[in-house]
Design a protein around this ligand. Structure first.
Ligand code: PLP
Length: 447
């Protein structure tokens, strides 16, 4: 409508005048103005509809404006809109129960934060206090958040600007079969060699100095490279052997994204700490947290935990989590994510790989998929260099947008990460648009 258009125009002008955007050179921006969202769709100020294959920041696992969650937030706002963390609050208690019930056996306590980065900060603090050690190991090609320590354990170029003090962080090579750092030709070789490399890193760094190892159960922004069978179990074994706390970062992979409550459930591995955010309440109100095992909980039974936040377990955020988890269960969204993977997303992406030479690799699980674009399938030369963009990637992303498809892109990859309750029809419609856009990538193919 005309009113929406005018409102959108005003919002855009004020944004450019007063809003400072994340991770960006401010002048290079031309952000999309969103005036309406619903389910798997968003609309811009001109009334144009987009299929949301990004779930925004891979957080709207239940889609936009889910009525049950919106109502829960409204009801909570009308009763107790805010409360200090020291007081008992029903939505916080219920959310903690629902999360603990879904976490692996023996992980029964939840510390709530405002998002993913501070969840990782607190998990590392707990690990350091529990072990009395300080170093933290993490993988290259990872993302753990934008705050000082979280960005230092991060293994992508966003770290570089903030690593003047590295806080005892050490990076190791990930298990990434498509671009193996270990010259592996099979997944078995990759797993075995990646674990050998990790063990050598631990030995050479000195296990007596290492408090924690933090690892995304399925690395997200870094490329959705699902670890093959055996890797996570191997990481669990090594961390046990050397007295290192294993932190599974499930900020992006948790709460149904992979078709299970936590991605680590895919391998029946139990870490010491799990960090979460995003999908826990689909980001309707900011929320994150740490799920804590008994041993670490016991450390803080009599000893004070030196950490906290004004909004730890905020009632609007935790009421949204309760409703979101219930909605996911009632509407069988995890099952739908798994079904979509095997019946629609997996087969369709395989087809795109067969039809487009520029598609070097497709991989994923649940509603968590990556399409890796290359200019040559033999050399695997990426369509945009590591850490950067390219005109070719810009063309593909621009074409998606023009066609009405919002995608999550990183370097040379397009991620297909829709809400878990996306219908088959919308899923197929979006994949057909991606198919069209990939024709532009093929033009840059040099194989
Ligand atoms: N960890 C992972 C795996 C993430 O994907 C993200 C965000 O994308 C974070 C941590 C940081 O979460 P937040 O942006 O809520 O601080």
């Amino acid at each position: 409508t005309e009113a929406m258009k005018a409102e959108g125009q005003r919002a855009y002008e004020l944004d450019r005048k007063h809003v400072f955007h994340s991770w960006s050179a401010q002048d290079a921006l031309d952000p999309l103005t969103v005036v309406k969202t619903e389910g798997s769709f968003v609309w811009d100020a001109d009334g144009k509809r987009y299929i949301d294959f990004s779930s925004q920041m891979v957080n709207t696992n239940i889609g936009h404006q889910h009525p049950k969650v919106v109502a829960a937030i409204q009801e909570q706002a009308a009763t107790i809109a805010t409360i200090a963390p020291a007081h008992v609050s029903a939505p916080r208690s219920e959310a903690a129960r629902l999360i603990a019930e879904r976490a692996p056996e023996g992980m029964n306590h939840v510390f709530f934060t405002n998002g993913g980065a501070d969840a990782n900060e607190h998990a590392i603090r707990m690990a350091r206090l529990h072990t009395g050690k300080s170093k933290v190991l993490s993988a290259y090609r990872s993302y753990h958040g934008g705050t000082d320590l979280a960005v230092n354990v991060t293994g992508d170029p966003r770290r570089f600007a903030s690593d003047t003090a590295t806080h005892g962080t050490v990076h190791f090579m990930p298990c990434y079969p498509y671009r193996s750092y270990f010259h592996a030709e099979t997944e078995e070789e990759e797993v075995q060699r990646a674990l050998e490399h990790l063990e050598q890193t631990i030995v050479l760094e000195g296990p007596e100095t290492i408090a924690a190892l933090i690892l995304e159960s399925v690395p997200g922004t870094a490329g959705i490279y699902v670890p093959p069978e055996g890797y996570m179990a191997g990481v669990r074994e090594l961390t046990k052997k050397y007295g290192i706390i294993f932190i599974a970062d499930e900020v992006m992979s948790g709460f149904g994204r992979t078709g299970t409550w936590f991605a680590i459930d895919l391998w029946n591995v139990t870490p010491d700490l799990i960090t979460f955010a995003k999908g826990v309440n689909s980001g309707y109100v900011p929320l994150g947290g740490v799920v804590i095992n008994e041993a670490i909980y016991n450390t803080f039974r009599e000893r004070v935990y030196p950490g906290g936040l004004t909004y730890s377990g905020h009632p609007l955020a935790t009421a949204a989590a309760v409703a979101a988890i219930e909605a996911m269960e009632e509407e069988q969204m995890l099952e739908n994510a798994t079904r979509l993977a095997s019946e629609v997303i997996g087969p369709e992406l395989e087809r795109l790989k067969n039809e487009h030479p520029s598609v070097g690799d497709v991989r994923g699980v649940g509603c968590f998929w990556a399409v890796e674009l290359v200019t040559n399938r033999d050399t695997k030369e990426p369509l945009a260099a590591y850490g950067g963009s390219s005109p070719a990637m810009g063309e593909v992303i621009g074409k998606c947008k023009e066609l009405g498809l919002l995608v999550f892109a990183n370097f040379n990859r397009i991620h297909v990460v829709p809400p878990l309750n996306t219908s088959d029809d919308i899923m197929r419609e979006g994949l057909a648009l991606l198919d069209q856009a990939l024709a532009l990538a093929d033009r840059h193919y040099q194989g």
